[in-house]
Design a protein around this ligand. Structure first.
Ligand code: BEZ
Ligand code: FE
Length: 280
């Protein structure tokens, strides 16, 4: 029988209003789970009226901070570890396949398609690095026609799209396509650590928790190949001081690459990393 809401029955009362004739089973499952956890949380911390008002203001400002170029909700999800949890649930891959990590907000579709070996650093800043490796199937076979879309920050810790008036367009971005041997190589820079944007509510939240906003140095990669699952990942500098405290929890042990000093080449550093894709 329907009843009025009280402290004890609150979740059950709200869930009881769901009309199963007009609600898909999946939406019912999601909403009932959300209502249960939300009510349990409010009860556990005994949220005060003042804290509720602060939360409403915080959530309002989070929405207001969003534009076509800025997604504060995703940043909130990233810094709370939710993006990486969703990624983990949706990308359960065998241990020897390259693991996935967050896409992040700075990918741009349509980067230049370049010949192997091209230097993607257009601003002449930073420590040069030669990236080499192969795209392989989980059975070890080289994958031909794999597209490797890479992007990274410049040596000041900004992506080109964050500094359109300062950096050349497509700075530190490019797409490379493998031949029959599955091999790739390109030149760029050894990436540097940088803070996620802190001028909004996500920054306030990190600050309130005494957390720093830095991501350890990484180069972003999306690898796609016909017949294989898409791989969205990073190559991390395993020696970065923030490697154990990434602000968005994106690091995985297997994504730490060695960056080695390179005396016999035109670049100061060398980074070798193979991408192992799962068949569809
Ligand atoms: C990035 O790596 O580009 C990134 C990821 C999550 C939040 C902010 C930046
Ligand atoms: Fe990044």
């Amino acid at each position: 029988m329907a009843h009025f809401l009280d402290e004890k029955n609150s979740a059950e009362t709200v869930i009881g209003r769901i009309n199963d004739d007009e609600c898909t089973p999946r939406f019912r499952q999601i909403m009932a789970g959300l209502i249960n956890h939300l009510h349990d949380f409010i009860k556990e911390v005994e949220l005060t009226q003042e804290e509720w008002e602060i939360a409403i203001d915080f959530l309002t400002r989070t929405g207001q901070k969003c534009t076509n170029e800025r997604q504060e909700w995703i940043l909130m999800s990233d810094t709370l570890g939710v993006s990486m949890l969703v990624d983990a649930i949706n990308n359960r891959r065998p241990e020897h396949a390259t693991q996935t990590t967050v896409l992040g907000p700075f990918h741009v579709v349509g980067a230049p398609e370049l010949d192997m070996g091209t230097n993607i650093s257009l601003d002449g800043k930073g420590e040069s690095c030669h990236f080499t490796g192969r795209v392989l199937s989980t059975d070890g076979t080289p994958i031909a026609n794999a597209r490797i879309d890479v992007w990274s920050d410049n040596s000041d810790g900004y992506y080109d799209v964050q500094q359109p008036d300062i950096q050349p367009k497509w700075n530190n971005r490019g797409i490379f396509t493998t031949g029959a041997d599955g091999a790739y190589n390109f030149r760029g820079i050894k990436p540097v650590s940088y803070p996620v944007p802190t001028d909004g509510p996500a920054g306030e939240m990190l600050n309130g928790m005494g957390r720093h906003p830095y991501r350890p140095a990484h180069t972003h990669v999306i690898v796609t190949a016909p017949g294989f699952q898409k791989l969205v990942t990073h190559i991390f500098d395993g020696e970065d001081p923030y490697i154990l405290s990434d602000a968005v929890f994106g690091v995985k042990e297997s994504l730490k690459a060695p960056f080695t000093k390179n005396d016999n080449n035109d670049c100061e550093w060398h980074c070798a990393f193979d991408f192992v894709l799962c068949p569809d």
